[in-house]
Design a protein. Structure first.
Length: 160
């Protein structure tokens, strides 16, 4: 059975981010890379929503970049805000499986992968793109219950 509330919440966030895909200065090649990354995220979200085996979900999360076009990796290397925001969403999903025995995937203590990665990406994000980090930050802060109705927090409410 699919958790429809989770998918609604996740898709609402991706729809908001996807609006930036078609902005000025975004090449067709970039748009294609972003769309592939979005589709792979949706696949991860569907695994989570369908209550798949934890190891299957973890494998999908950690192999995310391997399933994306090389153009996307180049965008990440150039600190492209949309590419970083998409990666942040994938990495934030690791916080769902905090109790996994695969500690080497999640990190330990103060070195928890989702927290370190999301805060690191946030630190690289240009100021005018910080809004793209709202959802992943809310995930790692446990401000969003992924199994409840969608949350609609404005950027001014983030961090309170």
């Amino acid at each position: 059975m699919t958790n429809k509330a989770f998918m609604l919440n996740a898709n609402h966030d991706l729809d908001r981010l996807s609006e930036a895909f078609n902005g000025d200065g975004i090449s067709l090649e970039q748009q294609v890379s972003y769309e592939v990354a979005r589709k792979e995220l949706v696949a991860v979200y569907k695994l989570i929503a369908s209550d798949s085996d934890l190891s299957t979900i973890e494998q999908a999360i950690v192999t995310y970049l391997h399933r994306l076009p090389s153009e996307f990796i180049c965008l990440l290397e150039n600190e492209d805000p949309i590419a970083m925001a998409l990666l942040a969403r994938n990495l934030s999903m690791l916080s769902i499986a905090e109790d996994s025995p695969a500690w080497w995937i999640h990190g330990a203590g103060v070195y928890r992968v989702p927290i370190k990665a999301i805060l690191g990406i946030q630190g690289l994000m240009p100021t005018d793109w910080l809004w793209t980090m709202d959802w992943p930050l809310q995930i790692i802060r446990k401000e969003i219950d992924l199994f409840a109705s969608p949350t609609h927090k404005s950027p001014s409410e983030i961090g309170k």
